[in-house]
Design a binder for this molecule. Structure first.
Ligand code: NAD
Length: 487
């Protein structure tokens, strides 16, 4: 990509320039250089995209689910063939290492494979009836135009997570790309055309959330909105789209607890805690940002964890453990949150600022940061930071660990490390989280597993997995009455 490239919207199978001719800048998180300009789309552009999707929806919904799955299978093949390009683009726009970008791309392809196969399994149920001669069954039908809004943290995975189930169910899609990853959405769009997806079935709007994203949410023709992002925006979407009774699926923030019991394999616990807190530079809704440790092993765990954090390699090259956060604004917000934690009595055990390494100072890096000594009411114990920052909290026992785990408005994921199956099951059953993992990280869901949260982490929906079909389709109950007696 050259620094003069311009990324427009993708409407009706081709690039369209923003009607206002206004553009935004995308900078490299690794070194701050200008990567591209992308469309600062207006409500008029959103109108064009939604119109394109609305026009083609009836024909697309008429294509049999099996055929839709086959076309999506072709899209998966294109993604596989061009996976290096996808991974390169992910790495460039997010600053993550080549191996992390490849891993994410492989995950996106797996999502595609799973949902392409769903075309042959989009079945309903056959029901019994109390009425003689009555036969009844359910079928899944598409909802219409799906507005899909994604963040930048794992850009191609986020796109695949929503687009594949929406399309296999027969909806036409308008994707609102994340401001910080415009090019990956454009590249994916080009692949949909190469795979033979009919023009207008998949459209992309670039630009600012509060302008083009909000216009998409407010559009009366959009029947289902799936949003992944921050809880504040999610609330606004639920209110706005809820007024017209559009279906809304919200995957929101998290402040996920990672519990280490006194019988845990400490080496494994340190390994998984570091991955949970710092991989993807902590930009995961499922990041393990509150590490809750039995007092008996607190000092040993803390010392090993801080050592591990200090040893992590920052950068965007092969073998680096974590890259930068995605934007200058995000970097400033994370650093400011660390500063406030310091003022509130937190002890910064490692990190705490931007790295001094001259090869990283132009980028948006934040050192892996471990903080202890914070009171439970401190801001950092309850507020999501979305950066490589973890707080440590000693507890006396599992009961206390559970109370602390459940003491935020969120409820997305949780992990516990213990060798005791009774403790593991007791905690997993009671923790207020949509995902509970034993002896692993706070993340790690797979395409066929439902993901979502309690409380302010969502609105009760689950994606992906079979449960995503409930987001993107309507159930219809069809019955017919046959004569009970032969004539
Ligand atoms: P964000 O809410 O600021 O933005 C996410 C997307 O929403 C972007 O595309 C943005 O343009 C758009 N947007 C912003 N305002 C909008 C509006 N008023 N109307 C419509 N669209 C709007 O979030 P972010 O900072 O980019 O991403 C980080 C957040 O996402 C964190 O809270 C994180 O936990 C969450 N997240 C959740 C999951 C999950 O599955 N639960 C996964 C990844 C990230």
């Amino acid at each position: 990509m050259t620094n003069t490239s311009r990324i427009g919207n993708w409407i009706k199978g081709e690039v369209q320039l923003p009607s206002s001719d206004r553009w935004l800048d995308k900078f490299s998180p690794h070194d701050g250089r200008l990567l591209s300009h992308f469309a600062d789309s207006s409500a008029a552009d959103v109108d064009s995209a939604v119109l394109a999707a609305s026009v083609v929806f009836p024909a697309w919904s008429d294509v049999s689910p099996v055929k839709r799955g086959q076309i999506l299978g072709d899209l998966v093949s294109v993604m596989k063939r061009r996976s290096d390009e996808l991974a390169h683009c992910v790495a460039l726009e997010t600053g993550k290492s080549p191996q992390d970008a490849q891993g994410e791309t492989a995950g996106a392809i797996l999502q595609g494979e799973y949902f392409a196969g769903e075309g042959m399994r989009l079945h309903g149920r056959s029901l019994t009836s109390g009425v003689p001669g009555k036969y009844s069954h359910t079928v899944r039908q598409p909802r219409g135009v799906a507005g899909l809004i994604v963040p930048a943290n794992t850009p191609i995975a986020n796109i695949a997570w929503k687009v594949f189930p929406a399309l296999v169910c027969g909806n036409a899609v308008v994707l609102k790309a994340a401001e910080d990853t415009p090019q990956i959405a454009q590249l994916f769009a080009e692949m949909t055309r190469e795979a033979g997806l009919p023009d207008g079935v998949f459209n992309v709007i670039q630009g600012r959330g509060q302008l083009s994203g909000a216009a998409l949410v407010s559009d009366e023709r959009v029947a289902v909105i799936s949003f992944t992002g921050s809880t504040g925006v999610g609330r606004w979407i639920a209110e706005t789209a809820g007024r017209r009774l559009a279906r809304v699926s919200l995957e929101l923030g998290g402040k996920n607890p990672f519990v280490v019991c006194d019988d845990a394999d400490l080496e494994q616990a340190v390994h998984w805690a570091a991955l949970s807190a710092f991989s993807n530079a902590g930009q995961r809704c499922a990041a393990g940002s509150r590490i809750i440790v039995f007092r008996k092993v607190f000092d040993a765990f803390r010392d090993a964890f801080v050592d591990r954090a200090r040893g992590l390699k920052l950068g965007n090259g092969p073998g680096c453990d974590l890259g930068p956060v995605v934007s200058r604004r995000q970097q400033q917000s994370v650093l400011a949150a660390i500063e406030r934690a310091r003022e509130q009595g937190g002890r910064i055990l490692c990190g705490g600022g931007a790295p001094a390494d001259p090869s990283l100072t132009q980028g948006y890096y934040v050192e892996p940061t471990v903080i202890d000594g914070l009171a439970p009411e401190a801001e950092l114990c309850g507020k999501e930071i979305f950066g490589p920052v973890a707080t440590l909290h000693p507890v006396e026992n599992l009961q206390e660990a559970l109370v602390f785990s459940n003491a935020t408005e969120y409820g997305l994921t949780a992990a516990i490390h213990t060798r005791n199956v009774d403790r593991a099951m007791w905690f997993a059953q009671r923790v207020r989280a949509g995902v509970a993992n034993v002896n692993m990280g706070t993340y790690g869901s797979e395409p066929h597993m439902p993901f979502g949260g309690f409380g302010s982490s969502g609105n009760g929906s689950r994606e992906p997995g079979l449960e995503a079909l409930d987001v993107y389709s309507e159930l219809k109950n069809i019955s017919f009455l046959a004569r009970a007696q032969l004539i």
